[in-house]
Ligand binder design. Structure first.
Ligand code: BGC
Length: 760
């Protein structure tokens, strides 16, 4: 690394005396590569971050940069985290403060089932990335929600690869439309945070193809992310960053990806092996990686062709960037405009789970319980944490909308929230990486509830959960409600119901919580996820009917954690002492440390609804579930094959009395063909209507390749579409067809794939 710094100084001097080197243009990359020395190429493919003393680390909080090479006209490019907004530190060294917008999290975006929502969120983030001087925004996060306890689920989209891949593509297209790059991350099978640097995800080739790389494959058909980030973990015994099978055979050959592969932020891998596998850019960049490249060129363990390819990819990326265009960051993001965007988009992904003649609400006197009614959680922690200027709180937003809140409860909770914040700050209870620790719920006496009831027309309880990078959620602490939370729900419901008054629960959560034991108590439940900085306003918009809820669950809420397939194959109750650090070092990987050193994906392809529907198991709320204030009827469904695509359509009519939107999934049940097992049903496409007035209808069209009907046969390394009758179901919920048709495939079809990443 020092070498790069010296080279840079030399380069500046050379540039100053009008060096004879060619200067980078879009069309002369091969010429630049030919002109560069091995040292220069090695410096080009290894980036740096603030760990590098003596060189400008970029704005506080920047994730990483590449070295500039002025003699070639190559600027440094800047990478900032995502994916829920631009992550920077707000307090700068010069004493000034700078903020960016906290956008809705990935899970909420996917819950909109609306590509236009994802594109708008992406574009808003892209605009701020440009304003803050980023060339690449490190998102979207798009790992599959294998288990409800993964600490980063809130950044990701879904337990289904089609929903995940299409929403990701829309986000990428929106973000890149402003001329900033994205990074589709983390490729692949990065499904847990515990021991995230060195855990081995072990799975069948079928699961890898049908689920864990599938979302990326679909995303790459519909978008061209400038970069793909290779994950930290191992896949079937090999680090993904070192896997030729994953990065070259699958990503480049099978999926046709032409962009750059960047590493997730570790320097602890075999550098020449990574280059050969298909890694192009090493971030955050470790001091020894440049040296390692040069030594390996010398001893023959690295071929120049691999370094040349990587260097060319870096240049291909650089010529697309704002830095190359000479863009100057304004450092003035449009916080006002984007707050309005956040308010509108967040409301689109909120999911109404229960409504017994309670919502929408008219202004009344509401007693607010739960600390998160006063201290909303806008986003998650870690790389996705965003320092925003202000936060719309639920209590304020209710008052703005004409509701009264209970002054005694307001005082109590405001005091507690301030105390909890001070306690967190004083005792440094930050999340492992960046962000805020979860505020524990306050114990409220029955007497207090009874007195609040007398002054109020209804009650509202907000329950919150946060999580983040480097730590998974814990079954007993995060999935299950805590004793004081259960008591709060029970007591508030008992007291208010005895007086004939309604209770609404708002879930301000980063992922599923247990609901089965208490959901029968309140009259309405709204899942608001981690909604971004305008959370209070967006929640009130939905509660009052200013926005009719149209979000649908992008993952199943199980009745019981142990109902999910592979529940035991996840560190569900593992509390790590030192998070963000390997809990198991590579040399100990051989020890039988199940779920830490390795995780067996025993459920295979039966993740989420694929399992629940196939096994006929009941759930709390199914994939695709969500209520509305209106109702819809389906008619005129059709499906046919045209060339190599399946085309379908259905007409949706608003049969209720208020305007609303309906999300529709197209699910297919396939005949077995040569397979012993297939999921009962799988999502193949989805769409959402525009806002339909009462009586209004819209015909939604769907289209996907016939190839998407296939299952992956590992033994022959190919995709097989079985001939026979396919049941095609229309409706958002995986298990509940609103209408259905049959599709006949008269001749089976096979599609070959590179043999790669097979279990050892
Ligand atoms: C995270 C990535 C992030 C990177 C840079 C890593 O620890 O896994 O998602 O983009 O850091 O901050």
């Amino acid at each position: 690394m020092k070498k790069c710094f010296l080279l840079l100084v030399g380069g500046l001097a050379a540039a100053a005396v009008l060096s004879a080197q060619p200067r980078l243009r879009e069309d002369n990359i091969p010429e630049i590569i030919r002109a560069m020395s091995p040292e220069e190429k090695a410096c080009l493919v290894v980036g740096y971050n603030n760990a590098y003393a003596g060189y400008d680390p970029g704005l506080p909080g920047t994730a990483g940069l590449t070295f500039p090479m002025p003699e070639y006209g190559i600027p440094s490019i800047v990478m900032m985290d995502g994916p829920s907004g631009v992550r920077l530190e707000s307090d700068w060294h010069d004493g000034t403060s700078h903020f960016t917008t906290c956008f809705p999290t990935g899970l909420l975006t996917a819950a909109s089932w609306d590509r236009t929502v994802a594109a708008r969120v992406g574009q808003g983030i892209g605009e701020e990335a440009l304003d803050m001087g980023a060339d690449v925004l490190l998102g979207p996060g798009m790992n599959l929600l294998r288990n409800p306890l993964n600490g980063r689920n809130f950044e990701y989209f879904s337990e289904d690869p089609v929903l995940s891949g299409r929403i990701a593509a829309a986000y990428i297209n929106g973000l890149q439309s402003v001329g900033v790059g994205t990074s589709a991350k983390h490729f692949a099978a990065n499904s847990q945070e515990t021991n995230r640097l060195d855990g081995d995800s072990r799975m069948s080739t079928r699961a890898l193809r049908e689920l864990y790389t599938r979302g990326f494959e679909i995303c790459l058909r519909e978008s061209e992310p400038w970069t793909v980030m290779a994950s930290y973990n191992l896949l079937n015994g090999e680090y993904t960053q070192e896997s030729y099978g994953l990065l070259t055979q699958i990503l480049r050959k099978d999926f046709g990806y032409q962009g750059l592969v960047v590493t997730d932020w570790t320097g602890k891998r075999n550098t020449p092996k990574q280059l050969h596998a298909g890694t192009d850019l090493f971030m955050g960049g470790a001091r020894n990686q440049t040296d390692h490249i040069l030594v390996s060129l010398g001893d023959g363990t690295l071929e120049m062709a691999d370094l040349d390819r990587a260097a060319a990819q870096v240049l291909k990326l650089i010529v697309k960037t704002p830095a190359f265009r000479g863009h100057k960051a304004s450092l003035q993001p449009d916080l006002e405009g984007h707050a309005a965007l956040v308010r509108a988009t967040a409301a689109e992904g909120m999911v109404l789970l229960k409504n017994q003649s309670t919502l929408p609400l008219s202004p009344c006197r509401a007693a607010l319980f739960g600390v998160h009614s006063y201290d909303l959680i806008p986003g998650g922690n870690g790389a996705a944490y965003v320092s925003c200027r202000g936060l719309s709180q639920l209590d304020d937003a209710l008052r703005e909308a004409g509701f009264g809140t209970d002054a005694d409860l307001d005082r109590l909770y405001a005091g507690y929230a301030a105390f909890a914040d001070a306690d967190i700050a004083l005792n440094h209870k930050v999340h492992v990486h960046v962000g805020k620790a979860q505020t524990p719920e306050l114990e409220i006496t029955r007497g207090l509830i009874e007195s609040a009831e007398k002054r109020s027309d209804m009650a509202m309880i907000t329950l919150g959960r946060t999580s983040g990078e480097a730590r998974d959620r814990i079954l007993n602490r995060d999935f299950l409600l805590q004793e004081n939370e259960v008591l709060l729900v029970e007591n508030v419901c008992e007291v208010f119901h005895a007086a004939g008054k309604k209770v609404v629960v708002v879930l301000n959560i980063c992922g599923p919580v247990e609901t089965a034991s208490w959901s029968y108590l309140p009259d309405a439940i709204l899942c608001a996820w981690l909604p971004g900085e305008e959370g209070g306003h967006s929640i009130v918009d939905v509660l009052t009917g200013a926005v009719n809820p149209s979000g649908r669950l992008p993952m199943t809420f199980p009745l019981d954690y142990f109902d999910i397939a592979g529940a035991e194959d996840f560190p569900y109750n593992f509390i790590s002492g030192k998070a963000n650090e390997s809990v198991v070092h590579p040399e100990r990987r051989a020890l039988p440390l199940k779920n830490l050193a390795y995780t067996d994906y025993t459920e295979d392809i039966f993740v989420g609804y694929r399992h629940f529907l196939t096994a006929g198991r009941e759930v709390a709320y199914p994939f695709g579930f969500g209520l509305s204030y209106t109702s819809f009827a389906y008619s005129d469904a059709s499906v046919r094959v045209q060339g190599d695509r399946v085309l379908a359509s259905v007409t949706v009519t608003n049969t209720g009395s208020v305007a609303g939107k309906e999300a529709v999934g197209v699910y297919v049940s396939a005949p077995l063909g040569s397979f012993a097992e297939k999921p009962e049903r799988e999502l193949k496409d989805f769409a959402k209507t525009r806002l339909l007035a009462p009586g209004e209808c819209e015909t939604l069209s769907f289209s996907f390749p016939v190839r998407d009907l296939a299952s992956f046969r590992s033994d022959l390394s190919r995709w097989e579409v079985a001939k026979g009758q396919y049941r095609v179901c229309f409706g958002a919920e995986a298990g509940r067809a609103q209408t259905e048709r049959t599709l006949t495939i008269s001749r089976g079809r096979n599609y070959g794939a590179e043999r790669a990443c097979e279990p050892r």
